[in-house]
Ligand binder design. Sequence first.
Ligand code: ZN
Length: 434
Amino acid sequence: MKQFILVFFSIYSFCLLSAQSINKIIKEKEVRRIEKILSADDMQGRETFTPGIEKASAFIEAEFKKIGLQPFNGAGNFRQEFFMYQSKTAEAKVIIDGNVIADSMVVCFSYLPEAVFTEKSDIELVRINKGDKFGPKFYQYYQSKKNLLVLVDTTFSGQLKSVKKMERLSAEPGKNAVVFVLNNAVANTFSMAITSQLIRKPLNNVVGVLPGKTKPEEYVVFSGHYDHLGISKPGKGEPNEGSDSIYNGANDDAAGITAVIMLAKYFKKLNNNERTIIFTAFVAEETGGFGSKYFSKELAPEKVMAMFNIEMIGTESKWGINSAYITGFEKTDLGAILQKNLKGSAFNFYPDPYPDQQLFYRSDNATLARLGVPAHTISTSKMDSEPNYHKVSDEIGTLDMKNMTAIIKAIALSSISIISGADTPSRVDAAQLK
Ligand SMILES: [Zn+2]
């Protein structure tokens, strides 16, 4: 009897201790410090390929080092570097049916330093006709691996003008050219001479690891994205609001990165993770999810037991404080596991209330979910009414730091049975995804 009381007492005190310790480790003051640095004006909106994103990366690396994380997969540091390739057209001379086409009517996406085509070359002639849906047609041809001359009906002159501003950025330099020409010609004959420049641009995710004690080959990933939209420029969409031109992205997604850093701090202090925990700050989410795509190729997806992607947790969810939603809730039982672990607490995790918005597919979790990983995004963003979403007004002053701290704690507490190996979420059936 005595012994039982002792055991009971020690379990009870352990629970008390862990509840107390989370409050000692995940503190609002520290959450605010990190959030403030990441969303400060001197980060210049953390746009991919700018000094601002370099600064953000250096800050996250320093935090990972301070916490005592290890680099991933034997790397020398926390930077998971890779390259993107940008093609710039230097010159394009296009003649169709004997008529010289003005530069303003031509949009080239070519990876070939020099390319010459005529109607007799290995090139296909296709069209975007009057009445077609421009967007899907454009992307279909834009992503083609063949050489294409795309004749675009002159009713689409506005659309062509806007795609002319696009940069063709790719993870792998292709070997083809796709040329859009605003022209309704028959094109019995044509000739094109295109010179392009291929620019190799470095990028990096920031990845740190806490090796698992007994299941090191089973991974749990916490992630967010550290890039955002940069500084607004004329013609970039939104006009400047007053003198502010910086997209601080305090909620999107400095809030997610703040959570990732705080969770790293917490689990390092606990120092009892049976599974390996990988903390990742993705780059280039806003420009196509290239960071998570690269990350997903650097590990075996079947080793990833769960991925918690955290996006925009700085505002109150539609249910008020102490709540958040999980995208793609029904696709695995990860959400149900988290709900079970939060029973009796003040927090609630709900299924994504904005299914029409396809949020499951719109963030970095999707890349890993397509590989079968139970990978979901946790968010509070009111996607039907969030006033500062993708605006220069997404600043720290609009966030509820107390509630954000509570959500980070909820993520920590609800994920513990997955980190210990007691729970293993079901896999995503990739065949069922869009
Ligand atoms: Zn985001």
